[in-house]
Design a protein around this ligand. Structure first.
Ligand SMILES: [Zn+2]
Length: 254
């Protein structure tokens, strides 16, 4: 038996030597290097905060529902510190409607914990440009990735949002429609959030606030949903020099 002190790559080598057909893969260097950098920098700077959070538990005021897409990490976009945001990510940042059945509802479970246990004050649905999940729904040509078609079933949640858009225009490009659909889907997810009784009640009492946001990957522009007009408007008046504040869409794919 390998001793606990033996590094995992050494363990993998020993197991391989002992005739394992499938040697244990080493942990990716990228992650080990990243972890070292984290320890040297952020953890070192925020050690007290981590210790305090371990002692007292988390008390985030914001829940964020975002997409799995590796380009749109909420903690990066909002420069969040540990303990500040309770984040759930799924394909296309969708919120299913309240469905108290025997299904396994991961996003609803996270929502329940955030609202009932953590008592968050804000819930943000964060959509983004070039979303593969939204595109998969919009593009009829795309078939299922596997026999399980988990994505295909999951993105049926986008159906009501697509109805809201009136469908793709006869002369509308796919990119343009995907963007319109992404905006509409954020609004649908907010509507679905309001089907949860606890959300409805707390929002009615002014103790919970819902927000829609959209991050354009190529430009860094963040748009917020104006609840009065139903339009998405820039989050901040003046963008930093290199960002482009003009439109929320992005250049066509090359
Ligand atoms: Zn996405």
């Amino acid at each position: 038996m390998p001793r606990r002190s033996i590094a995992l790559d050494e363990t993998a080598r020993l197991l391989f030597e002992r005739g394992m057909e499938k040697p244990v893969s080493p942990f990716p260097d990228r992650l080990t290097d990243g972890y070292r950098a984290f320890l040297d920098d952020r953890f070192d700077r925020e050690k007290d905060r981590y210790e305090q959070l371990a002692e007292t538990g988390q008390t985030p005021k914001i829940m964020l529902i975002g997409c799995c897409d590796s380009r749109v990490s909420p903690e990066v976009i909002f420069d969040a510190r540990p303990g500040e945001m309770f984040v759930v990510r799924n394909v296309a940042n969708l919120v299913p409607p309240f469905s108290p059945d025997d299904g396994l509802h991961g996003t609803s479970a996270a929502l329940e914990y955030a609202v009932q246990a953590l008592r968050v004050e804000h819930i943000v649905v964060l959509g983004h440009g070039r979303c593969g999940g939204i595109r998969a729904f919009a593009d009829d040509a795309q078939g299922p990735l596997s026999s399980g078609d988990f994505i295909g079933k999951w993105i049926t949640l986008i159906g009501p949002a697509a109805e809201r858009t009136g469908g793709r225009g006869r002369h509308e490009g796919l990119d343009g429609y995907v963007e319109r659909l992404a905006f509409s889907s954020i609004q649908q997810s907010l509507a679905n959030l309001r089907t949860f009784p606890c959300v409805q009640i707390l929002e009615g009492k002014g103790r919970l606030h819902l927000h829609g946001a959209y991050f354009a990957v190529a430009t860094g522009v963040l748009m917020l949903l104006d609840p009065l007009t139903g339009q998405f408007v820039p989050a901040i008046g003046e963008m930093p020099r290199k960002a482009m504040p003009i439109r929320c869409d992005e250049p066509a794919a090359s």
